[in-house]
Ligand binder design. Structure first.
Ligand SMILES: [Zn+2]
Length: 109
């Protein structure tokens, strides 16, 4: 009997926690979708891209002003170390991980 009550109390408690979280999200000030900037990249038709720029919800601003198709998601490594790692990966083409799996790398590419 008390077990049933315990469980329903727990469920109620979780429900209240969720409601509080929803309230916090709703109260947070953020730029409405219609007020967010467009991508503006030049399309193949020569017109500016009208897609919304990728939005950084944490900071309530666009990531870099471009949409997901025009570099908004990632524009590649920026630091020298990152660029070096990227080039290394392209040069080795999977041979390093093959070695770790016990393959000699021959016949991979
Ligand atoms: Zn775009």
């Amino acid at each position: 009997m008390s077990e049933v009550i315990d469980r329903s109390l727990l469920r109620l408690f979780r429900k209240m926690e969720r409601a509080e979280e929803d309230q916090r999200i709703r109260e947070r000030k953020r730029t409405p979708r219609r007020a967010r900037p467009r991508c503006g990249a030049r399309t193949r038709q020569g017109t500016p891209c009208e897609a919304l720029a990728v939005w950084d919800f944490e900071n309530d601003r666009p990531r870099n002003g471009r949409c997901r198709m025009h570099g908004g998601l990632s524009t590649g490594p920026r630091t020298e170390e990152g660029k070096r790692r990227s080039q290394e990966g392209a040069r080795l083409g999977g041979r390093v991980s093959a070695e770790r799996r016990g393959h000699d790398g021959v016949g991979i590419m």
